[in-house]
Structures are given as structure tokens and as C-alpha cells.
Design a protein around this ligand. Structure first.
Ligand code: IVH
Length: 667
């Protein structure tokens, strides 16, 4: 075939396949047989193989996944990806409505309502209609680059239909439908792989793969719900029209959407969707209620993390009744003992629940839960199912009351009470604590060692190959292959994954150590304050409490942890084994806005409101939305609102945008 003919045919095939993809994945109305579709794809693949220079990233053949990557790079969002204020009751929704009315100074506020999808929030960037980037939400400011993965999702258009603006950022939710989720879990269980706890984790796990060919095999879908940014066209005047525009570009937009005259209509929609929830093919966990008019939204503005014009009205957690078959005691990473009810498996809308936490001995006693009892359990989103209450069954003989064991069920060390909880005193000599500790050390936000999940850790500890986190770094291909579960490839993979984790930023390392009360946030604060591991280990309690956001309890745990000789020895051993703890940039000492509260009003011209608020926070200050006697500064932009007047009334200092910027720049 002549090159120019091939080019024409390729373009024709792509249009045809895009059209069929849209009919199949978005409209669920296929017009062609599977064989017919495969024929088109095969022909396109063949022509592209003959003319590799004609391959473009928006070709439907690019949906199959690309070569694996070594990491998911983090990239900044074009605009911060905000989250939603959430509410659980109609009363809270009415309060929200009241705030909106007061701010806008009118009473007729139409709202748009739609499902709150329970999946993974994703940002997609299209340049001149072509999909260029896909990112996870991350912390709202930066997310992970999942471009090759998102391309494999059939419901994501690789190119927009119709008139496409120069640049557009679309936000939506990636989901795994319930039926597909169950099928995937069965498939994984049959192969001895650990299954996903719920469809949301399955979607997130599938999209965060380094190998997008795995993502391509996972049945994901995507619903679009927001145009975060548009350049080269105007933003539609209402949210309902925004959704229509998204649909016209070829996105899947859910049919449960409505413009409501007022908040009562929105609340009624919530009730009606709650009734329909169990018959939907995917998980939703509430209704998103948003001011419909774009102009009104702009007038309302946003807080640091969430807009003032939107609310997530959640559904009640799902409840089911089942029987307690046993109560076992689980030992956590810190040695905490948690009573867990083993249940007769029960399906809670698509997810089989066979265990539920009973929290602590006091809870078991208060709810009086015993083996053999009928209980009501609840499952909300991705939290561990919990036992809500016992259901009294008349005339039924009951089992013995539960008591906490006095010895650790795993290592037989003494159990000590501490407040409401009980702890095993065995430390890392308790295999359970050791295993959980290693799992935590290897987990995603710590060293992120792929392939080192619960089952593998149990195997490594039980066979004596690993007795501390340091031993991980002496594992070899040969020692792993000697274990039954490891083939050559999986042994190589694990050794490589461990090697790759040996250069670790200080904040992640601190988090990985599993110090009590030190989560990711505190770990980042400590890393930012001290810069190096040597400085952190030398810190004393008095010095620690001085750090902003570090309370006495945290200070005590941190200082206590590094006072223990064996912990210092562990860190030294890790360094000797070649673990490189990468120092972090210290945040320059003084925080000029510490203790100061800022309120912004009116339109800022040099920077966005969000940027200004983040600036305040980065300098140690606090940004608030309302003026009171506690406010230190009110910063006024163009057309300042009533807040400026209130500031004058209360004698609060008023700054122009320029003055504010000068203040922020002063060393
Ligand atoms: S609108 C400014 N609409 O719920 C926020 N969010 O914390 C714009 N979500 O992270 C979001 N379904 O990922 C919106 N129909 C929907 C949604 C939705 C799910 C997610 C979103 C956000 C989280 C709320």
C-alpha cells in the first residue's frame, strides 16, 4: 500500500475504532460484533507495524499498556484538586444552604446533584483534544503520573470528540464495577494472591501499577464530573451544562443527575438515590450537592481544601446481620491487642465480610458480644467493618463472656493494660509485632517495597529468614528460591525491589520506623525540621515539643524511641547494610506568620486565593474564612466584601494584596 493510502486508512480505522469504543464503554450500546471489532483492530495494528512513524499516542492501539516503569513520578496539578466538605444529615445540608444564601445575599439557589462515586479521583489533561496526562489526586497539590495506565481505560477518550479547546483539565472518578471486582477477587484468590478489600482499593491498586499492561487487563471505568480548567473556550455557565459538555466530548457521565430548585429537592434526591444504591453496578457513597451557577461559585470561592459551593451528603454506612463464630485476639504492630469477631460470611452489598473489629475489651463488654451471638455489622467505605450491636435472640443459650488473655496469644509475653487498650510486652521478639512492623516498613508510604505483603512477610519470618527489618537487606535470590513460594522470577523481583528501596528520603524512613504517634504528617514535620537522621535521633523531648504541630505525646514517643539502644543499633545496622537515608531540606528556622490568622476577601490579582492561603500556612500562619477579634490581618483584593467592613469595625489590620505580598517576602 502506498504510504499516503496507508495514512488515510489508518486515520479512518482510528475514527471507526474510537466510535466503537465510545459506543461500547460509554454508551453501552455496541453496534458491532466482537469479531468485527477485532478485525478493525488487527488491521490497524498491522498498518501501524508497517509504518511505525505514523503511530500517535491517541491511537486506540495504545490502550494495551506500555513497558513497565520504575516509579510513578509525582507531578504538580494545574490547579489544586480540592476535596469536598462532607455532611451526614439533611440538617447539615440545610446549614450549608444557609451559609450559601447568606454569602450570596439571595434565597433562590438552584443546586445540581449527582452521585458521589466511591473510586479514585483522577485529573486528565487534554491539549488540542488529545489526552496528554493522567494524574491521581495525591495530596491535592501533587499527584502521581499514571498516564500510560489511564490510557488503557476504555471509557477515557484518547481524543475529545467535536470542538476541543486548546487546553482542558477534566476531573472524574475511576471505578471498578462491583461484578468485575468480585470476579477479579475470585481470580486472585484462586491463584494465592491477596484479594482487594473493596472495589475502591481494587481500582486504586490497578491504576497505580508500574506495568500498565496489568492495568489494561483490569476492568476499570471512568465517570467525568468537573472541568477544572479550560483554556480557549468559556466555562459553561452552569454545572448541568458542564456535564453536558463533558458528555459531548465523549466522556461517560452518569445519568443520575438533576438540577434542583432548592436544597429540599436536593435532599429528596439523596433519599431516592439511597434507595437505588444497592441496585447500581458500582459503589457510590453519597450525593454531591453543588451550587449550579458558575458565577455564583466564583462569588462563593474556596477554602484551602474545599470549595464553599459544594457539599458531599453521605449515605448511612451499610449494615447487615450475621453470627459471631469466634472472637480472636489480633496483635498489631505496636503490640496492641484487638479483639476481632470472626463472622459467618455475609455479603454487604458486593463485599463479603467475615471479620469485624471489636476495638477493645471495654467495647466487647459494653456491647456484651459473645461467641454464637447474632450481631449487626456495618461497613462504611474502606474502613474495617465493625460490630455495631448485639441482637437479642429470646430463649437462646449464650456463650461465655469474653476476657482479654493475660498472655500474648502469639508469643506468650505478659499483657499490660494502658487506658482502654491492652498491649503485648514482647516487642519485636513477638513474631506478630515483628511481622506487622516489617509489613509497615515495606508499605507504600514507607519504603514501598513491592511484593512484600502480609503473606510473604509471614513466610519470611516463619522460616527464620528474616528476624528484623535489617535482615531484608541481606536476602538473596538463592535464599528466597529455597522457599516453596518463590520462583526465580519472583525472587529476582523481590531482591530488586528491596535494592531499589535502599535510597530513602528521611521523612519516609521516619514513618517506616513505626514510632508510636508518628504518622506520615508528623514524619514530614520532623524531617523538615531536623533535616538529617542524626539530628532527629539526638533530639530531646523539650526541644521536640517546641516544634509547631508536635504535642507532648508525640514528643515523648519520639524521644523515647531514640533513647532505646536497640533502635539506634538498628539504624546503624541499616546504614552499614547500605541503606541511604537521604537528608531533607530544612525548613528555614523562623516562621514569621506563626500564631497569626489571616482572612482574605475580594479578588486577588497576583496570586490565587488558594496560593495566598498556602503561602500563609507555609509561613506558619493560619487562614480563616471569617473575621473575628482573633483575626490579625484582613487582606483585601478587588471588590472586597462585608469582611473588610467587619475588619474596620473590629479594628483589625487591613492589608492590600501588595502589602500582604511584601509582608510574606520579608525574611
Ligand atoms: S466534585 C471541588 N463530584 O469525592 C471538588 N467529586 O472529597 C470537586 N467525588 O476527592 C469534586 N464523586 O474525588 C465531585 N460527582 C462527584 C464526585 C466527586 C466522587 C470525589 C472526589 C473528591 C471526593 C470528595
Amino acid at each position: 500500500m502506498k504510504r499516503s493510502d496507508a495514512e488515510k486508512r489508518i486515520a479512518g480505522l482510528r475514527d471507526e475504532i474510537h466510535r466503537h469504543d465510545h459506543l461500547y464503554y460509554v454508551e453501552a450500546k455496541p453496534e458491532i460484533s466482537d469479531a468485527g471489532y477485532d478485525g478493525l483492530r488487527k488491521e490497524l495494528e498491522r498498518l501501524e507495524a508497517e509504518h511505525p512513524d505514523l503511530v500517535t499516542p491517541d491511537s486506540p492501539t495504545r490502550r494495551v499498556g506500555a513497558a513497565p516503569r520504575s516509579e510513578l513520578p509525582s507531578i504538580a496539578h494545574l490547579r489544586p484538586m480540592l476535596s469536598l466538605e462532607s455532611a451526614n444529615t439533611p440538617g447539615e445540608a440545610r446549614n450549608f444552604d444557609g451559609r450559601v444564601k447568606r454569602s450570596l445575599g439571595r434565597n433562590d439557589i438552584p443546586y445540581s446533584v449527582e452521585p458521589k462515586f466511591d473510586g479514585l479521583s483522577v485529573e486528565l489533561i487534554f491539549e488540542h483534544g488529545i489526552l496528554k496526562k493522567g494524574t491521581t489526586r495525591g495530596d491535592g497539590f501533587r499527584g502521581e503520573d499514571i498516564t500510560p495506565n489511564i490510557r488503557t481505560v476504555g471509557a477515557v477518550p484518547l481524543r475529545l470528540r467535536g470542538e476541543a479547546p486548546a487546553l482542558v483539565a477534566v476531573r472524574g472518578e475511576a471505578l471498578m464495577p462491583l461484578g468485575d471486582f468480585q470476579q477479579l477477587n475470585r481470580w486472585m484468590t484462586e491463584r494465592g494472591l491477596s484479594s482487594f478489600a473493596n472495589p475502591r482499593n481494587a481500582a486504586a491498586g490497578s491504576l497505580r501499577q508500574l506495568d500498565s499492561r496489568i492495568t489494561a487487563e483490569r476492568p476499570l471505568t471512568f465517570f467525568a464530573y468537573e472541568i477544572m480548567m479550560i483554556d480557549g473556550a468559556v466555562h459553561p455557565p452552569t454545572h448541568m451544562e458542564e456535564l453536558d459538555l463533558l458528555a459531548s466530548w465523549g466522556f461517560r457521565v452518569d445519568r443520575h443527575k438533576k438540577r434542583c430548585r432548592d436544597i429540599e429537592e436536593a435532599i429528596a434526591f439523596h433519599a431516592s438515590l439511597a434507595g437505588e444504591r444497592d441496585s447500581l453496578p458500582f459503589e457510590i457513597d453519597g450525593v454531591v450537592i453543588q451550587v449550579d451557577s458558575t458565577a455564583d461559585r466564583e462569588a462563593l470561592g474556596t477554602r484551602t481544601r474545599s470549595p464553599r459551593w459544594a457539599l458531599a451528603l453521605k449515605f448511612e454506612p451499610r449494615r447487615e446481620v450475621t453470627t459471631v463464630e469466634d472472637i480472636v485476639v489480633q496483635v498489631g504492630r505496636t503490640g496492641k491487642l484487638t479483639p476481632v469477631a470472626l463472622l459467618k460470611p455475609v455479603d454487604v452489598s458486593g463485599v463479603t465480610v467475615s471479620r469485624a473489629t471489636l476495638h477493645n475489651a471495654g467495647e466487647v463488654a459494653k456491647k456484651d458480644i459473645r461467641v454464637g451471638d447474632r450481631v449487626r455489622i456495618k461497613r462504611a467505605g474502606d474502613v474495617i467493618p465493625a460490630v455495631v450491636e448485639r441482637i437479642d435472640v429470646k430463649g437462646k443459650r449464650r456463650g461465655k463472656a469474653f476476657t482479654m488473655p493475660s498472655l500474648c496469644p502469639v508469643c506468650r509475653a505478659r499483657v499490660a493494660g494502658e487506658g482502654a487498650y491492652h498491649f503485648c510486652s514482647g516487642g519485636v521478639s513477638c513474631p506478630a509485632q515483628l511481622k506487622r512492623g516489617i509489613e509497615h516498613f515495606a508499605s507504600r508510604h514507607a519504603l514501598d517495597i513491592e511484593g512484600l505483603g502480609g503473606k510473604t512477610v509471614t513466610l519470611l519470618v516463619d522460616t527464620g529468614l528474616v528476624g528484623s527489618v535489617a535482615d531484608l537487606f541481606s536476602l538473596t535470590r538463592d535464599s528466597l528460591i529455597s522457599l516453596e513460594r518463590f520462583a526465580e522470577k519472583s525472587a529476582d523481583n523481590l531482591v530488586t525491589a528491596i535494592e531499589e528501596a535502599m535510597r530513602i528520603p528521611l521523612s519516609r524512613f521516619l514513618y517506616a520506623l513505626g514510632i508510636r504517634n508518628v504518622g506520615e504528617h508528623v514524619a514530614r514535620i520532623l524531617a523538615g525540621h531536623y533535616g538529617t537522621i542524626e539530628n532527629v535521633t539526638a533530639a530531646n523531648e523539650d526541644e521536640l515539643v517546641e516544634i509547631h504541630e508536635v504535642g507532648p505525646e508525640v514528643a515523648r514517643s519520639v524521644a523515647g524511641f531514640f533513647r532505646e539502644k536497640r533502635n539506634i543499633e538498628l539504624i546503624d545496622e541499616l546504614k552499614t547494610l547500605g541503606v541511604e537515608i537521604v537528608p531533607e531540606k530544612r525548613r528555614e528556622g523562623p516562621r514569621p506568620f506563626a500564631g497569626k490568622t489571616f482572612v482574605f476577601t475580594g479578588m486577588l490579582e497576583q496570586i490565587t486565593r488558594d496560593e495566598a492561603q498556602r503561602l500563609v500556612e507555609s509561613l506558619g500562619g493560619h487562614a480563616s474564612s471569617s473575621v473575628s477579634v482573633k483575626t490579625d490581618y484582613v487582606v483585601t483584593g478587588k471588590n472586597p466584601g462585608s469582611k473588610a467592613a467587619k475588619a474596620r469595625e473590629l479594628g483589625v489590620a487591613i492589608l492590600s494584596e501588595a502589602e500582604f505580598r511584601k509582608l510574606a517576602e520579608r525574611p
